[in-house]
Design a protein around this ligand. Structure first.
Ligand code: ADP
Ligand code: GN1
Ligand code: MG
Length: 373
């Protein structure tokens, strides 16, 4: 079966470029990522065995240097394979595995300037869009903490910065201010309350970057996009198996990884919930993640990092809110949207969470205090 996507790219022609086990038998769009175009493809070997793959068209308007990005992914996954094997794990399952093209490249560039890459599909796993139990979330926290621990000795200077200033909340704020001032599409009046909410917190946007510059927080190799659907769980045991979406693995702060997981996973509502009464920070989930992340990092976090975990959660949530809002004001060119006002809805949930974190600040701090060694 051949699949044509929205730009009339023939998936079967793309698949033949890669060193798969055999002929394509099936393909369809897959997953809920906001950035890349993802397809599940199934191929059949001459002996009749089926093998599934993830095929992705990389978003190269966001990732300006797909070659550099894929170099990172290849180096990081090869490094992780060795660490996982040394720990007695299964490297074919516990990290992404790049499937090369028939000519040995890590990506294929088609005639329409699209960049394609392929990974082994990690079989018998599932991806959660919402936390189903505190235990799953705890497990994801251990896995993200452990991910960072596994990369602790990775030569960070060799990593290409795929999106400069990705979690620099101050520069995100400047981009947001510019979008408000320009108001190109006349949408600012639709988001007046949200804009006021974001502007009122300007004082806080540089807290983490200042501490980093002052040497009070260590730069580490971090994932930077630790939302729950960037981790695969075993379909039977529900144990976290594999961290995926390695496009933003770059030098960063542990607080970015902690914070981004909390903003998505510890919310009682979906990222795009329109009924804001359903959106708040679930304290049980916050606690489960805090416990798991500290365990996963294996005592590597400094007292200052631990103290700032609630601030990491708040600032990552705020930052994501202003990113959604900026994209709404600029015409929805960054995050994929599925309905009118989708990015504004997303910004609203993030700001609702920020307000709730502010309300529950003393409890969040006390939870962190409880798990500090
Ligand atoms: P995006 O950058 O757009 O978020 P992802 O790399 O996160 O793209 O992939 C989108 C979705 O595809 C994931 O949330 C997951 O459901 C699925 N996925 C990606 N890679 C794999 C893989 N190797 N095995 C199984 N599922 C995968
Ligand atoms: C994007 O790629 P995906 O869907 O896992 C975004 C994250 C945001 C997230 C919000 C490269 O993540 O930074 O936090 O959407 N990724 C990029 O859901 O911008
Ligand atoms: Mg993703």
């Amino acid at each position: 079966m051949s699949t044509e996507n929205k730009d009339c790219v023939k998936i079967d022609e793309i698949v033949t470029q890669f060193a798969t086990v055999g002929e394509l038998v099936e393909s369809h769009p897959y997953g809920n990522g906001h950035i890349n175009d993802t397809f599940l493809v199934v191929c059949k070997s001459q002996e009749g065995n089926l093998r599934s793959y993830i095929l992705q068209r990389m978003n190269h308007s966001i990732f300006k240097n797909p070659e550099g990005l894929m170099e990172n992914v290849v180096h990081v996954t090869e490094y992780l394979r060795n660490v996982i094997a040394a720990q007695g794990g299964d490297p074919d399952r516990e990290t992404l595995n790049v499937v090369r093209t028939k000519s040995g490249n890590s990506f294929y560039k088609d005639n329409h300037q699209n960049y394609w890459r392929m990974f082994l599909y990690v079989e018998h796993t599932l991806c959660l869009e919402k936390v189903e139990s505190a235990n799953d979330f705890y497990d994801s926290a251990v896995a993200f903490g452990n991910f960072q621990k596994m990369l602790a000795e990775y030569p960070a200077q060799q990593l290409y910065e795929t999106i400069p200033n990705f979690h620099n909340t101050q520069s995100r704020f400047q981009a947001f201010q510019k979008a408000v001032e320009e108001d190109k599409l006349g949408r600012a009046s639709l988001a007046a309350n949200e804009i006021d909410f974001a502007l009122a917190r300007q004082q806080e946007v540089s807290i983490l970057t200042d501490l980093l510059q002052e040497g009070q927080l260590p730069l580490r190799v971090t994932h930077n996009d630790t939302k729950l659907n960037n981790i695969l769980f075993d379909a039977d045991t529900k144990k976290a198996v594999c961290i995926i979406d390695l496009d933003t693995v770059m030098p960063g702060l542990a607080l970015y990884d902690f914070g981004d997981s909390i903003r998505f996973g510890a919310s009682t509502g979906a990222e795009d919930e329109t009924d804001l009464s359903k959106v708040e920070v679930d304290l049980t989930l916050f606690e489960a993640f805090t416990k798991g992340y500290l365990e996963g990092c294996g005592s590597r976090l400094t007292p200052k990092e631990i103290e700032l975990l609630p601030m990491g959660a708040k600032l990552m949530t705020y930052e994501c809110g202003i990113r959604f809002l900026t994209d709404f004001l600029e015409g929805d060119s960054y995050f994929k949207i599925h309905r009118e006002g989708h990015n504004l809805d997303r910004a609203r949930t993030q700001f609702k969470l920020v307000a709730d974190m502010e309300k529950k600040w003393d409890i969040l701090t006390a939870i962190v205090e409880k798990y500090k060694k």
